[in-house]
Design a binder for this molecule. Sequence first.
Ligand SMILES: Cc1cc2nc3c(=O)[nH]c(=O)nc-3n(C[C@H](O)[C@H](O)[C@H](O)COP(=O)(O)OP(=O)(O)OC[C@H]3O[C@@H](n4cnc5c(N)ncnc54)[C@H](O)[C@@H]3O)c2cc1C
Length: 369
Amino acid sequence: MSDVVVIGGGVAGCTSALALARRGLSVHVLERNPGEGASWAAAGIIGPQLEAAGDGPLARLCLASRALYPELVASLAEATGLDVGYRRCGALQVAFTAAGRDGITREVAWQREAGLAVELCDGEEVRAHAPALGAEVAGGAWFADEARIDPPSLMRALRIAAERAGVRFRAGATVRRILVERGRASGVQLEDGTTIEARWTVLTAGSWSSLIEGSGLAPSAVRPVRGQIVELTPASPALAQVVYGPGCYLSPRDDGRVLVGATVEFAGFVRAVTARAVRDLLTAALRLVPALEEAPLGRTWSGLRPHPQDELPILGQGEIANLIFATGHFRNGVLLAPVTAKIVTALIAGEEPPLNLSPFSPRRPGIAG
Ligand SMILES: Cc1cc2nc3c(=O)[nH]c(=O)nc-3n(C[C@H](O)[C@H](O)[C@H](O)COP(=O)(O)OP(=O)(O)OC[C@H]3O[C@@H](n4cnc5c(N)ncnc54)[C@H](O)[C@@H]3O)c2cc1C
């Protein structure tokens, strides 16, 4: 019997497991197929200001999580000696037309009022930040506090740090159902019939969360949304910062690679890379940065983002006692990992969570079954 069983070893599950183990709890992570989740496919943009559609609970949650990243990264470096590629590199959001630039200005007005770092730029000012941007770029906004991370390195470090903190990982373990006795979760049953008991159960199964029996989630509470990425490997680094533009974003790596992402597609659980997506992403990327035209193509891949109907993550406890949800992070699960872990830990420790969780309640319409 563990204190906590965590269903799914993606970024939500691993950061939560690590934080719980550091509080002295015994934690068991059950993972069907390590590497299958969205966390290994992500572009690693820590971009609450880029992603915000106005002020609101999600924007505030994302900003709170960005603020927690330096502490998480430092603790991972201390525990593992690994560099997870966290860089406060800043980000540009750009447009090709004056109308597009005005749209960005309107979108970020609340951020300026809220005192967040945002600088409006014309075309020349944007190119002063990123000289490789093409002459067509008409301006946009510069967000100095946005960051990036390397998700595969983050996942490796989280796993090692969690194991060193005492977390037990079981790969190849597919959870079929959550066991509930008298309204209280008591653990899980695996596909092979084995049961694993725990005082607390944490559901972090990403796009597959609604498929697990007994959670109380509606069948369509979380659906997969495919994202495809194309990697370019220019001979010399083209960009230092993240760039969001029409039709794609560009996320650079220290070694000069540029990740061009990402599509947003309801395509079921099919993780294909398609000709159309590669064409569209490359067309958009080369319009933004023509200097990438001669860059060798690297890998292509895709992943499945956990999409809740209303695009708000599902965080907290629902009708079933001792069952905590930490899923439905959609486009921002890497960004939201540190705050998710803090929320899960607070709820299990019986403490006040760091933010008001009511907008993210598992009991809200469309999410509860
Ligand atoms: C192309 C792409 C780009 C992205 N870019 C960014 C970005 O730049 N920044 C950002 O913040 N976010 C980004 N995201 C979103 C982010 O990746 C996700 O929100 C996040 O990874 C979700 O993490 P998770 O742990 O909830 O789910 P996952 O990483 O999907 O993990 C869930 C795990 O549960 C396991 N599982 C499922 N069912 C079972 C079961 N029955 N039993 C046992 N295990 C099970 C799965 O195998 C999986 O490993 C991107 C996503 C994609 C696809």
